[in-house]
Design a binder for this molecule. Structure first.
Ligand code: OGA
Ligand code: MN
Length: 216
């Protein structure tokens, strides 16, 4: 077995926080060997105009809503070594989550996201209770030395009192956030500089009246 990307002690810390409060914030969680090549890849994609404006809603309900979210995305497709390594790290996390929490997670999907200056993502949940096949959300940040005046924090709100802020996450490279997709309201505040992240979701197959929830 090759060396794991994520230290077991950090995975334990993450699982404990998810159990206790439904969310986790870890600084210096992703090693530079994982996040630096991903930023390079994202910047290359952005310069080649290979990112698509992100929408809201699924399937036929998918619409562009610049008043709700302003990021540009590209789904990970395992084409680069950087992506495969990140997905291996998420595989380590999936194993830890399944072992500790019996979640039966079996799939992970993720996209690169770039928020240009001025872009934001209004408060939302990543899935809706009862309809959820997105179980756990992850966000990994890619910008080293995020400027002190950069703003663009991700705000996590109290699930029982969604106007109450619990924490603000600076989008600094290596920082990693994880939370229950159908419980934790969150928002991205307007950023002042191009802001790079990878948002991903561990899924469970939610079969609804014989229909399998489509992947995107
Ligand atoms: C999302 C999201 C947060 C971030 O893509 O659903 O909430 O900080 N992203 O990029
Ligand atoms: Mn979200």
């Amino acid at each position: 077995m090759t060396r794991p990307h994520l230290p077991p002690a950090r995975l334990t810390e993450l699982v404990d926080a998810l159990v206790e409060q439904g969310w986790y914030l870890g600084e210096h969680f992703l090693p530079e060997a994982l996040h630096a090549p991903l930023l390079a890849e994202l910047e290359t994609m952005a310069s080649r105009e290979a990112l698509d404006a992100a929408g809201v809603g699924r399937g036929r309900e998918h619409h562009l809503r610049r008043d709700i979210r302003g990021d540009a995305i590209r789904w990970l497709d395992r084409e680069s070594l950087a992506q495969r390594r990140y997905l291996e790290a998420m595989g380590e996390l999936q194993k830890a989550l399944n072992q500790a929490l019996f979640l039966g997670l079996f799939e992970y999907e993720a996209h690169f996201a770039q928020y240009p200056p001025g872009a934001f993502y209004r408060r939302h949940l990543d899935s809706f209770r009862g309809r959820a096949n997105r179980v756990i959300s992850t966000v990994g940040y890619l910008n080293p030395d995020w400027p002190a005046d950069g703003e663009g924090e991700m705000v996590i709100f109290d699930e029982h009192d969604p106007d109450r802020e619990l924490t603000r996450v600076r989008p600094e490279a290596g920082t990693f956030v994880c939370f229950l997709s159908d419980r934790v309201p969150h928002e991205v505040l307007p950023t002042r500089y191009p802001r790079a992240s990878i948002a991903g979701w561990f899924r469970r197959n939610a079969s609804l009246g014989g229909l399998v929830d489509p992947s995107h």
